[in-house]
Design a protein around this ligand. Structure first.
Ligand code: NAD
Length: 286
């Protein structure tokens, strides 16, 4: 029987749903796949340990690794090659070991793009406001502009992060597609926007509440969420109560895992089954 050895490197990843998502999908294909968490916190190591862990995994015969916070940039210097989307974003969330080489990919970008295309097809994207310009925000912004959003305004409580991401997006997609604003301008920016993308940790158990006042939402505004634990955040609840079209963060989580599964195994994932798994796993862990 074909078998695969995979895993995840990051900090505080004990509760990750990735092992169950990958292993259940492998079971459906009738192949053996082990997905191990290599938690740098549990190992008492720092983020820079990612290099040693990647080298060890390669020596031990791993087929692939997912990489998460805080190692997505640090891992890049330990790889032989980067796929174009990982090089353009400057972050890697999946490493494939093949023919003696370690190749970095980024399936957060493709994962959000596929989730958005599936969950909010045909929504207007002339003017989109995005809250949060961190790791997830960078991937989501690249996906939105790749999908053809005309103009993205980035708001972050750390203005330097919003400005740096806007500069990187402008360098890649050309002038006029991305700009940084100030969070104090959220009301006027949202009044003119087609949609809101939320990419800050607000709404997770550790960061409860709303990222913007509920009064800034209105029925014609679509709302896409990146947080997926819980699947229904306070922001989504408020938006749905107003009748807004919404997208939860579960789709991005599933499609990034599905795209990584395909890279690791060469098998075509059953994404609808993986979405059902995520719903079940997220409910069980909340
Ligand atoms: P991060 O710390 O890299 O970035 C978060 C950014 O949000 C920071 O720049 C911070 O300054 C900003 N911020 C915080 N509160 C804000 C507010 N109220 N208004 C504006 N900006 C604010 O974190 P990250 O890695 O980008 O993760 C963000 C969230 O995305 C987390 O909840 C994470 O679980 C989630 N995530 C989901 C997926 C998925 O597949 N669905 C993938 C990656 C991350």
């Amino acid at each position: 029987m074909t078998s695969y050895l995979t895993g995840l490197i990051g900090a505080g990843i004990g509760p990750s749903l990735s092992p169950a998502l990958h292993e259940r999908e492998a079971d459906r294909h009738g192949v053996r796949l082990l997905y191990r968490t290599l938690d740098i916190d549990a190992l008492g190591a720092g983020p820079e340990a990612v290099g040693d862990l990647v080298r060890a995994a390669r020596l031990l015969g791993f087929d692939g690794l997912n990489i998460t916070h805080p190692c997505k940039q640090l891992v890049m210097r330990h790889l032989d090659q980067l796929a174009p989307e990982a090089a353009e974003l400057g972050a890697v969330n999946s490493v494939v070991f093949r023919d003696g080489r370690a190749v970095g990919h980024n399936t957060d970008v493709t994962g959000f793009a596929r989730s958005f295309a599936r969950g909010l097809p045909d929504v207007p994207t002339r003017d989109v406001v995005q809250l949060g310009a961190g790791g997830a925000g960078a991937a989501v912004a690249h996906a939105l502009l790749t999908l053809g959003a005309d103009r993205l305004t980035l708001l972050d409580t750390d203005p330097a992060r919003a400005a740096a991401l806007a500069d990187a997006l402008t360098a890649r997609f050309g002038p006029g597609r991305a700009a940084a604003g100030r969070t104090a301008e959220a009301a006027e920016r949202l009044a003119a926007a087609d949609g809101l993308v939320h990419a800050t940790p607000t709404g997770m158990a550790a960061h409860p509440g709303l990222p913007v006042p509920a009064a800034l939402l209105r029925p014609g505004l679509w709302v896409a969420e990146v947080v997926y634990r819980p699947l229904e955040t306070a922001l989504l609840r408020e938006a749905r109560a107003l009748g807004c079209r919404t997208l939860d963060g579960g789709g991005m989580a599933v499609f990034q895992a599905a795209d990584a599964f395909r890279l690791f195994t060469g098998l075509e994932p059953h994404t609808e089954r993986m979405l059902a798994d995520l719903t079940e796993l997220a409910a069980a862990s909340s």
